[in-house]
Design a protein around this ligand. Structure first.
Ligand code: ZN
Length: 142
């Protein structure tokens, strides 16, 4: 008898509900994009953390951002690390620089990989995984 199970048979990976990132995930479920903002120096940053990466202040809040940005860097992933993410044409893993400054890792949807380029304008879109999680993605934008 052949055992066909492997490490790739694990369930779909989902974000961890940590206190620091919970507001972000609650907003994405409503298809809204928010980022941590420092009340001391006004820096907007990502990923969520306990202190501002610019001035170390712990006086932080959340602010809604435009969802508009540009492709800072990207790669065309043809062999996914998890079967859930495998598709016939692979997927685009990108670093998106938002207009407000933060850089965020994501995917670019709704365009062919060969049409993507650095500095391309993109806008946020949301992919509902299930009742608990919605992922932030990007698509070509204005
Ligand atoms: Zn700060």
């Amino acid at each position: 008898m052949t055992d066909t199970s492997s490490a790739y048979d694990r369930p779909l990976p989902v974000p961890v509900h940590e206190d620091l990132s919970k507001p972000f995930w609650e907003a994405t479920k409503k298809h809204e994009l928010i980022m941590p903002k420092c009340n001391s120096c006004s820096s907007i940053f990502f990923y969520p953390r306990e202190a501002c990466p610019e001035c170390t202040s712990m006086d932080l809040d959340w602010t809604e951002v435009s969802g508009q940005g540009r492709v800072y860097s990207y790669t065309h992933v043809r062999q996914a690390v998890h079967p859930y993410f495998q598709s016939e044409n692979g997927h685009i893993y990108a670093i998106i620089e938002l207009l407000e400054g933060p850089k965020i890792p994501s995917n670019i949807l709704e365009c062919e990989p060969e049409d993507i380029f650095v500095d391309m304008n993109v806008v946020a879109t949301f992919e509902d995984l299930n009742d608990d999680f919605t992922l932030l993605k990007f698509k070509p934008g204005p």
